[in-house]
Design a binder for this molecule. Structure first.
Ligand SMILES: [Zn+2]
Length: 440
């Protein structure tokens, strides 16, 4: 079976499933059957997972990046070696030449400010499957309409350079590390019908469109790779006069997509998602993901670092797939502040900071925490007069969390670097070992 044939078959199957899976019971039944098959065909070939043969999913250990990296050589089903792949991926990233990787196995590294980077590998077969799922969920019309899909990307993602192309469907890849002016010219000539990229890059494209430098008319715009904030979504959406969809896609896999009601639905037709609760009342949890489609590097009860907020009521679209109000950001980016007597740290979620500062209309800004008592705020020149208001807003948020007032320093911001993951709120020191998020 060729890659394109697999992609088209998966596309058709996913579309069919969308009509067929209408209740939670349908989803759970499918997951049970898929897990049995997955354990039988995939996990049985992984030396690390062999001891769990025949056991229910709940008997498998919950793992994170550290274990996945440590046990990589024994976990994967193809005898691949971590160190070799890691060297290859780093070399490709440094040279921006990903062509050598796009053969049988492609490799992606997760970004990380604290700790080691995660390593993810997918086979050509898996990439074709993922492309089919993505197309079925993302394409506004059927595959029988011609689509030109422009992907703006920062780093290689093992699931992205798939699908090839046909007369009806083509993919254009735009490397954000290249000069932006050149990229705009190419994008303008390509006239994409679908535009996919990180929010900051989409914002730059929108600003270029407003300034008359390009004239494109994408029918669908999908943001992914980092948190899409309301003001950014609005700026992009009003330029192109359409709503912005959001794809939840990490190096770890393709996890979900927003529906017409702007609710993010997780891909429970292909994944099992368990919730590690941070706060049940507000619906905050960290997802533990079992990906029933992965074959090369099994993803079983893998805990992502993201904090998601579950939607309290069913989505009006009627989808039975788990509904998420928003992705709050990475737990790794939650600020950790000392309490007044200094005996422990309390977390302050990134979106609390973003909500408090969002009202001040600062434009581009960043809040970076270097240690429990030191916060650095970068503002653009035009926003510097607002510094006292920023300090007051932050102090109110920290006080509400029960934290002592840290030192708040201000600096003027440098322009955003599109090749780096853009995070407005970022913590640059690791959480203490065994830190309990749910204790807040
Ligand atoms: Zn929905």
């Amino acid at each position: 079976v060729t890659g394109l044939a697999r992609t088209l078959a998966t596309y058709a199957r996913t579309r069919w499933l969308q009509r067929r899976l209408i209740s939670r019971a349908d989803i759970e039944m499918r997951q049970r059957l898929l897990f049995e098959r997955f354990a039988d065909r995939v996990l049985s070939r992984s030396p690390w997972y062999m001891p769990f043969a025949g056991k229910p999913l709940a008997a498998y250990p919950v793992i994170g990046k550290a274990i996945a990296l440590d046990a990589f050589d024994r976990m994967n089903t193809r005898g691949l070696h971590r160190d070799t792949l890691m060297r290859q991926a780093q070399k490709a990233e440094a040279s921006r030449d990903f062509s050598g990787l796009a053969s049988e196995f492609s490799v992606g590294l997760s970004s990380g400010t604290s700790g080691e980077r995660g390593l993810f590998v997918a086979s050509a077969r898996e990439r074709a499957t993922y492309a089919g799922i993505l197309l079925a969920k993302a394409l506004p019309r059927s595959l029988f309409h011609a689509e030109r899909v422009a992907l703006l990307f920062r780093a290689n993602n093992p699931l992205y350079e798939a699908a090839g192309g046909s007369a009806r469907l083509s993919f254009g890849f735009y490397d954000l590390s290249k000069p932006f002016g050149h990229l705009l010219t190419e994008l303008d000539a390509y006239r994409p019908t679908i535009l996919i990229g990180p929010p900051q890059a989409l914002l730059w494209v929108a600003q270029s469109q407003s300034a008359g430098r390009i004239r494109i008319a994408p029918r669908k715009i999908i943001a992914g790779g980092e948190v899409l904030e309301a003001d950014v979504a609005h700026a992009i959406g009003s330029t192109f006069d359409r709503a912005i969809d959001q794809i939840y896609q990490a190096t770890e896999g393709f996890l979900g997509l927003t529906c017409a009601h702007n609710t993010l639905h997780l891909n429970e037709d292909y994944l099992i998602v368990e919730r590690e609760w941070i706060d049940r009342k507000t619906g905050r949890f960290m997802p533990i993901v079992t990906d029933l489609m992965r074959e090369t590097q099994p993803t079983v009860r893998y805990r992502l670092d993201d904090i998601l907020i579950e939607r309290a009521s069913p989505c009006p679209c009627g989808s039975p797939l788990l509904a998420i109000n928003r992705i709050e950001g990475r737990a790794d980016d939650a600020l950790l502040l000392a309490v007044p007597d200094g005996r422990k740290l309390v977390p302050v979620m990134p979106d609390f900071v973003r909500d408090a500062l969002g009202m001040l209309a600062l434009g581009e800004y960043r809040v970076v925490q270097h240690d429990p008592k030191d916060i650095e705020v970068s503002l653009t020149g035009a926003a510097t007069p607002a510094a006292p208001h920023v300090a007051a807003a932050l102090i109110a948020v920290f006080a509400h969390a029960g934290a002592a007032v840290p030192t708040i320093r201000f600096r003027e911001t440098a322009p955003a670097d599109l090749t780096r993951k853009f995070r407005r709120v970022e913590r640059r020191f690791p959480a203490p070992a065994g830190f309990e998020w749910s204790a807040s």
